[in-house]
Write a protein that binds this ligand. Structure first.
Ligand code: BTN
Length: 248
């Protein structure tokens, strides 16, 4: 694969950096990153919104041509990329809550939302990986205060620009390992904070209690329910929480 360089576009405020990238994708742009200081309509997984005040880093990376078999692996590998980027800039250890949340001291530091345009053969015409990292926020609104943290709240002094550069460097590395992500998959498994722990599996309005057993080759989470039945859940359909809260 050719060396990747990113064209970087920086904004103060946009509705969603993913939306900006999608508009650029429609114009045929490739290897382009959009970074904003705040978003007015940040998007989260499963149709949720993502609160995006100033202080956070909101970065979306657009590229073309992702083969069908590699699409499912991009988002969890992006979580590994963010962990590596954060750890390259400060002395800390990040974990991953299945499927794509980067966590620090048991709280959510970063969320990732990938959007793509699929061709008939299942490959992606383009793909946008959207990453929101809580960098400098000094507090969070009551509805997410229990589950969210920021680098600043953990007394880690990181510049959003340096973090953006480090993330883009890791996304470059990610693109080169997509065809053979075995090493990154092993790292994902090591970092996953759910394995061996009780989890609640949330699907629509139903909640089932289970134990998280393993991550399969496609980054599905294999769980065992209380009746002994096992299932491998996929990122597009369920959320996973701890027994009492976000992780624990
Ligand atoms: C989640 O945790 O549910 C995913 C959150 C993804 C948020 C990022 S911020 C940059 C990009 N732009 C968006 O609108 N969403 C992603």
């Amino acid at each position: 694969m050719m060396a990747v360089t990113w064209d970087v576009l920086r904004y103060d405020t946009v509705d969603s950096t993913n939306n900006v990238c999608k508009a650029l994708a429609a114009q045929g742009l490739d290897s382009t990153a959009v970074i904003a200081r705040a978003q007015t309509a940040g998007k989260g997984r499963l149709g949720r919104s993502f609160q995006s005040p100033e202080g956070g880093l909101y970065l979306s990376a657009l590229w073309q041509d992702c083969p069908a078999g590699q699409l499912l692996t991009v988002t969890p590998l992006a979580a590994v990329a963010v962990c590596r980027a954060v750890e390259s800039l400060c002395d800390t250890d990040c974990g991953i809550k299945w499927c794509n949340d980067v966590v620090l001291h048991g709280k959510k530091l970063c969320g990732i939302l990938t959007e793509s345009s699929l061709l008939p053969d299942g490959s992606a015409a383009w793909l946008v990986v959207g990453i929101g990292v809580n960098v400098g926020q000094a507090s969070f609104p009551p509805d997410i205060a229990d589950i969210a943290t920021s680098l600043a709240l953990q007394e880690l002094d990181v510049s959003p620009d340096a973090l953006a550069d480090a993330i883009l460097a890791q996304l470059t590395a990610l693109r080169t390992v997509l065809t053979d992500p075995a090493e990154w998959l092993a790292e994902y498994r090591r970092r996953c904070v759910n394995l061996g722990r009780p989890v609640r599996v949330l699907r629509g309005n139903t909640v089932r209690q289970a134990t998280a057993l393993a991550i399969d080759e496609q980054f599905g989470l294999t769980v065992q329910y209380e009746n002994g039945e096992t299932e491998t859940v996929r990122s597009g359909e369920v959320s996973v929480r701890g027994l009492y809260g976000y992780i624990e």
